[in-house]
Design a protein. Sequence first.
Length: 413
Amino acid sequence: MYDFAVLWDWIGFAVRWLHVITAMAWIGASFYFIALDLMLKPADGMPKGAYGEEWEVHGGGFYHTTKYLVAPARLPEHLTWHKWQSYGTWLSGAALLMVIYWVSGEIYLLDPTKADLSLWQGILISAGSLTVGWLAYDQMCKRGLRNHPTLLMLLLFALLVAMSWGYNQIFTGRAALLHLGAFTATIMTANVFFIIMPNQRIVVADLKAGRTPDAKYGKIAKLRSTHNNYLTLPVVFLMLSNHYPLAFGTQYAWIIASLIFLTGVTIRHYFNTMHATGKGPHWTWAVTAVLMILIAWLSVAPGRNMVDIDTAETRPLTAHEKRYASAPGFEDAYSIVRGNCSMCHAREPFYDGIRWAPKGVHLETQSDIARNAKAVYLQAGLSHAMPPPNAISTMTDENRAKIVAWYRAAQDS
């Protein structure tokens, strides 16, 4: 049974690796095609129906790209479809969400100090909420707002702010920001699956049937693709945020996440304008810098609303925590972890150079250590990852063996 923890950790690692690979492919393709579209220029001698062309050099070769606003007169024999990068990113991300935040929901998903939810309730909210954004956004686009792109983006931003606040009222700080990223990524992939690809299939079908395709399908697809372009950078930030307590470990995390969406707009506006005109508006960098300074200030602003040690010690243990706190060997493990880890993993760390607990993990109280039993087992029991080699500690092989024995006893109980 105890080997399952190791296997599951490697499964999580493999799925995360896949998610990163597919995300890089999707983001790279998205950024490239948006840049290419903006760099296209009319030229003499272009084929009938062509919108613009672009010459590029890369890897020792020259590339000549021509874009048709609707479609060419003749469909080529070989047509490359760019869709699996998006699908692969979302599917691997959904799998990673299940592996980490659903299976280990008592640790990473639920925060009993915010909401008294069972694991299944948390999972239902997690899964159900991801569809809300797409349904609302899609209806806004289909009800005429696509003709008012600025208003549409403002309404989408309001929706993202509302979801950011809502997630932070229910889930742990890490899970809240991660879910906001997944919420946004779901909108992006749904754009590809439900709008962009079906519209392209309609155009291809018309060409095969000898009909003239309607230009509206390309325009709709381009609008959704542009939205995806502006949402990409904030999603990357949110997916990385779980490594940085300054981003998620504060009552202002939902505001920080909201401001990150604005930085995504300013940064992409600079590059998109540069690709289109050859010169980007430099004021966007000043705005971005101001937003990042505000975010940094919010991360350490007074009233962080962190649960203090007294409240944490008196909070009743959850069912998950009781399992590990009542297992044989817990008292030894508790003493070892307290003596070797709590100087950094505390609500107010006292180790030099550490101001916030790494990854927001606290190991001070019995509930803290029982809640993070698997992480303690993997990081300080089976491996020597923690404490760091240069830390002052008494984490001997004998102490690591006691941690392993306690965790395995809990698994067998």
